[in-house]
Design a protein around this ligand. Structure first.
Ligand code: SF4
Length: 222
């Protein structure tokens, strides 16, 4: 069936609509379809991570610990108690997983100062395996071709979902702008939102919202 670029093909019970046109009551299932689509993306990434973990000989908990050590995780949040809190595991389970990763030379314990708790860091080999486990390439390969405005809006929506999940206690600490006490939201006409970082004193476009900010400070959630 031929269609103009940006048009959905007309099928029985579904009128063709230009991409970007306002939604109507016939789009009442948009939330359900978005939920299903997100679930499938998450499932695809999780499946790839599990396949790769098996390839590296890692149990899921060991792979999760390796993944949690990537990015800009502050040096002070690499102790076993904080890692256990973030992963929703007990310190004993994290310590056991860390012992296996250390044996595989993927992580090492380092102590900053006498008397301070040991912090867990990735070795270069661990960094390489963690990056590979992350599954980002699957998304990066596809996202590069998509519209920048659509991606900015998607980022804002996903970060607001993360905020809501943290508020409900479904995820623990994440260093996103939407869960940071320095973020100020202002409502705009049309249900849009503008963002401002009070710490850095900058306005944030949806494209500027951070996912893993080293300056993040958790807000007290109601
Ligand atoms: S400090 Fe970082 S996480 Fe917090 S609002 Fe500013 S940019 Fe976002």
């Amino acid at each position: 069936m031929d269609t103009e670029p940006g048009n959905f093909p007309a099928t029985a019970g579904c009128q063709a609509r230009k991409f970007g046109q306002p939604l109507t009551s016939s789009d009442a299932t948009l939330d359900a379809r978005l939920t299903m689509a997100l679930t499938r993306v998450v499932h695809a990434i999780r499946t790839q991570q599990q396949d790769q973990s098996v390839g590296y000989g890692l149990l899921p908990v060991q792979a999760d610990l390796l993944l949690s050590l990537r990015g800009d995780r502050p040096a002070a949040e690499r102790d076993v108690v904080t890692l256990a809190r973030d992963l929703h595991l007990t310190p004993t389970v994290v310590a056991d997983a860390a012992r296996v990763l250390e044996h595989k030379t993927l992580v090492r314990w380092q102590t900053e100062a006498p008397g301070s708790p040991p912090m867990l860091n990735l070795t270069p080999l661990g960094q390489m395996q963690a990056d590979s486990l992350g599954g980002e390439q699957l998304l990066l390969d596809r996202l590069g071709d998509l519209d920048a405005d659509a991606k900015a809006n998607a980022l804002a929506v996903i970060l607001e979902l993360i905020y809501e999940f943290q508020r409900r206690g479904i995820v623990s600490v994440v260093r996103t702008c939407t869960t940071c006490r320095h973020l100020r939201r202002d409502g705009l006409p049309g249900g849009r939102t503008s963002y401002h970082c009070q710490l850095l004193e900058v306005a944030l476009l949806p494209t500027d919202l951070r996912v893993d900010c080293p300056e993040h400070q958790a807000q007290v959630l109601a």
